[in-house]
Ligand binder design. Sequence first.
Ligand SMILES: NC(=O)c1ccc[n+]([C@@H]2O[C@H](COP(=O)([O-])OP(=O)(O)OC[C@H]3O[C@@H](n4cnc5c(N)ncnc54)[C@H](O)[C@@H]3O)[C@@H](O)[C@H]2O)c1
Length: 322
Amino acid sequence: MILVMGGAGYIGSHTVRHLLDNGYDVVVADNLIYGHREAVDERAKFVHADLLDRLSLENLFKNNKIDAVIHFAAFAYVGESVGEPEKYYYNNVIGTVNLLHAMLTHGVKKIVFSSTCATYGEPQYTPIDEKHQQAPINPYGRTKLMIEQIFADYERAYGLEHIALRYFNAAGCSADSKIGESHTPETHLIPLVLQAIGGKRKDIKVFGTDYDTPDGTCIRDYIHVEDLALAHRLAVEKLGTYNGCINLGTGIGTSVKEIITAAEEVSGKKCPTEYAPRRPGDPARLFADNTKAKEILGWQPKYTDIKDIIKTAWDWEINRKY
Ligand SMILES: NC(=O)c1ccc[n+]([C@@H]2O[C@H](COP(=O)([O-])OP(=O)(O)OC[C@H]3O[C@@H](n4cnc5c(N)ncnc54)[C@H](O)[C@@H]3O)[C@@H](O)[C@H]2O)c1
């Protein structure tokens, strides 16, 4: 049985469905602080548990025969982490140490973890491979880097088997629109653009049009959430033969203006847009070298056309259930 910690959230809920579709037994644990109970597939068992409540973790492992853990549960708002670092170190780092404690107490040594391209900090070159220096520029990124380092120490001391997946920008929703992206507050570009198009927001703000990129706006690597889900299953199946980190991105860079244009084409509507100055801490380009994911996991992203990714998000946006 796989424990999906944070499995009521955006990426977790899509991974849960993918695991179930591929024959795995799944227990989802989440404190629902940001997650949605409705997002959890009814074929999975759901347990209300909190990383910061050691007793709830102890009961989780005592009552379920867990073979491996996929760990999504974290706070992930970069801006908030700058103003409230304690909240982030506590939930993300101490929470993960608690989870590892419960795992090891119950003889569970396998973990796949949600890391992030934010651990790289200011890009020194693109595409970014896993050898790129890790110098995160905010507490959120530092929590994820610390956890990767904790894994290496636990591997040496306790034989932990770990894969940290460093995602670039997760995007899109399930192809059948049953589940989707729903963050409160929402900070991700594609849902914000679609909400502006759908009239749920006044407009979309584009921060900076004078970057050294072809159209002057920032370039990011958008990876479909179902491609992420697939990579998590492949990573679980690889545990024990490979320990370390793997980038997850398409390797394709898309600018903010290109996202807006693609969203207008998909929806057939105009996106009210406001241009604003640059925000501090936004690099001009971030996209992945995904060679390692292909070689080690045998993974290949199915979604490589940004319009196909946005279409799944639009189908969800116009008929969202939570
Ligand atoms: N969304 C992205 O683009 C992206 C990019 C890189 C990395 N990540 C990482 O991927 C993971 C999942 O991201 P997401 O977008 O699905 O976020 P999300 O907020 O939708 O999901 C996180 C889930 O964890 C749960 N959670 C948080 N703290 C908890 C705790 N103490 N105990 C139990 N449950 C707790 C929340 O309720 C939520 O359901 C996060 O760790 C995030 O840092 C996301």
